[in-house]
Design a protein around this ligand. Structure first.
Ligand code: KG4
Ligand code: ZN
Length: 361
């Protein structure tokens, strides 16, 4: 069982972790939330600079909390895609320097694969569940929202079934929170307010209701909230605000679950795993458990800290490659795009099947 140092800097979290097998020995996350909050979103240049400032203390803390030094590590895993180029490079350069100096193998990890495998992590506080392959992975984060058939831990085992045509689910939470003047990131704030609201009081449109398409679209819902605010005015800190948040959240949660449940049925897979920052949403967790049970599905929810960005999931995904003797030393490449083939094109829906011509393309 390999002991792996994971490093993650793809967006606005500087993170490092030591994982042995499934066991998380340390998990350090330095969040840049306060830095980006005044702008209502991540500012790439500020993110890179802050990663540079924090990467060294974060890695040192991860090693010391795990009670080990670089010499005790079997390999290094670092996020190399998708993400902000400048931010990714900070983690990758650091990881490569450490691997070279300590004579350790290094592997690049796709951030989305990290999210999809986060459910396997064993933290101190939580009893880990271990789903068996294959499962349907519903990944909903600030940058991505997609459904996957996950048949194993490697990129070649993961197939995208459908993704969002426009905004990611977390992005929709963040944008709606911004237009309601609630602060950043919007997901946890709306989650809290929605818990005290009535989702039936404010009527909002249903995103992508077409039953068969496994794609999402959240920009219409966002515009719907904007129109509501233009017509009725921005609610103050009152019950109307809570009802509006509850209605918006219910729409997002049901859109995600509707499609995930259809995907499980279509693929004839009995397990559904949720992943990514939006998987921390309490309504998605409880409603998902109810709706999956009603369809006879096993519903597997990672612990809260495994949902949002962290380096333990990167270490675990990297360990799957290191265990097979893989090593990217000298040929690690950064990319803003995921390695996983995509079937949905942002703004244009589903890609035509190979060999066919799409009239809209
Ligand atoms: O996975 P993540 O930490 O970073 C990305 O890879 O994007 O996800 C961050 C996203 C943000 O958009 C944030 O608003 C959302 O996850 N989020 C939530 C909750 N906690 C975080 N959305 C809904 N409910 C939450 N409790
Ligand atoms: Zn993420």
């Amino acid at each position: 069982m390999k002991r792996v140092l994971g490093i993650e800097t793809s967006c606005d979290e500087t993170a490092a972790a030591v994982v042995r097998g499934r066991r998380v020995e340390s998990d350090v996350v330095h969040s840049q939330v306060a830095l980006h909050a005044p702008y209502g979103g991540v500012v790439p240049e500020l993110a890179s600079r802050d990663h540079l400032r924090n990467i060294r203390p974060v890695i040192e803390a991860a090693l010391s909390r795990a009670g080990c030094s670089l010499a005790d590590i079997d390999g290094i895993a670092v996020t190399c895609r998708p993400g902000l180029s400048g931010a990714l490079l900070v983690g990758m350069q650091t990881a490569q320097g450490l691997a070279w100096a300590a004579h350790k193998p290094i592997v690049g990890v796709d951030h989305l694969i990290g999210h999809l495998l986060a459910v396997f992590l064993e933290f101190d506080t939580a009893q880990a569940q271990s789903p068996e392959f294959p499962f349907i992975g519903l990944l909903a984060s600030g940058g991505h929202s997609a459904l996957y058939k996950v048949s194993g831990p490697l990129a070649s085992n993961i197939e995208e079934l459908g993704a969002t045509r426009d905004d990611a689910a977390g992005e929709a939470f963040d944008k709606v929170a911004k237009l309601l003047g609630l602060g950043y990131p919007g997901g946890p704030i709306i989650d809290k307010l929605a818990a005290q609201g009535d989702p039936e009081k404010v009527i909002l449109s249903k995103p992508m209701p077409q039953k068969s398409a496994l794609e999402f679209s959240f920009s219409g819902l966002k515009t719907n909230v904007l129109r509501w605010v233009t017509k009725h005015g921005r609610p103050g800190d009152d019950q109307t605000l809570r009802d509006l948040c509850a209605s918006f959240q219910r729409r997002v949660v049901d859109a995600l679950l509707d499609k995930a449940l259809i995907a499980a049925k279509q693929a004839d897979i009995g397990r559904l795993v949720i992943a990514g920052g939006v998987a921390a949403n309490r309504e998605l967790r409880t409603r998902g458990a109810e709706r999956a049970a009603a369809q006879g599905l096993e519903f597997i929810i990672p612990p809260f800290r495994a949902c949002t960005d962290n380096a333990a999931m990167i270490a675990y995904a990297g360990a799957m490659r290191l265990e097979r003797g893989e090593d990217d030393s000298g040929r690690l490449e950064m990319s803003p795009h995921t390695l996983l083939p995509t079937v949905t094109r942002k703004g244009r829906g589903r890609r035509p099947a190979p060999g066919t011509q799409s009239s809209s393309a």
